[in-house]
Design a protein around this ligand. Structure first.
Ligand code: CO
Length: 192
């Protein structure tokens, strides 16, 4: 498992609800935390590690053994309130940061890995992370949320990512779209 970078096709895929959780899936979630900490992130969505499920993980402390380790399965967001602007980054866009406006507060319902219901109103940084990661599950990226007038500011960086990705494709480091899709469908048939 590894974190995939823009413009990997799985990042644009709408994730599927999970119907079952087994030991193997719990292992995948642990691996997501490992990769997130390694990359010094505070949130990571399943499609960022080329998995097709509606799951994301978060830990605002960004460090193992500190803060609160959160897993959100099949999350549903509601009741957005207010508006806040803050700089965001994404582990699928290393070194790219840009201000993004989002609701300041959001209600999130989900399940944790043990099947317990999560039902809480979050604000501040956690609200931002929850909305950023939820977007991933919908195939939406933080660059889509940048003010239209600012899109040209990030364009050179995006072109760099595209070039790098083409190189990985050419060298066979990243599979072709058909093969990626086949693997995602196999996982969906087992868990969704
Ligand atoms: Co992200």
């Amino acid at each position: 498992m590894q974190i995939v970078q823009f413009p990997h096709p799985t990042l644009r895929r709408v994730s599927k609800p999970l119907k079952r959780v087994d030991k193997e899936l719990k292992g995948m979630v642990q691996e997501m935390f490992d990769l997130m900490y390694e990359a010094k992130g505070i949130g990571l969505a399943a499609n960022q590690v080329d998995l097709p499920f509606r799951i994301f993980v978060a830990n605002l402390s960004g460090a193992r053994g500190q803060g609160e380790e959160l897993v959100f399965l099949n999350p549903v967001l509601s009741a957005p309130k207010g508006r806040a602007i803050a700089e965001e980054g994404c582990l699928s866009f290393p070194q790219l940061y840009h201000p993004v406006a989002r609701p300041e507060q959001i209600h999130v319902q989900a399940y944790d890995l043990s099947g317990n219901a999560i039902d809480r109103t979050v604000d501040g940084l956690l609200a931002r992370v929850v909305q950023h990661e939820f977007d991933h599950l919908e195939g939406v990226l933080f660059i889509d949320r940048i003010e239209p007038g600012d899109q040209k500011v990030v364009e050179p960086a995006l072109e760099e990512f595209v070039l790098e990705f083409s190189g990985h494709r050419a060298s066979g480091k990243i599979a072709d779209d058909a093969r990626i899709e086949k693997q995602l469908r196999e996982l969906e048939s087992r868990y969704c």
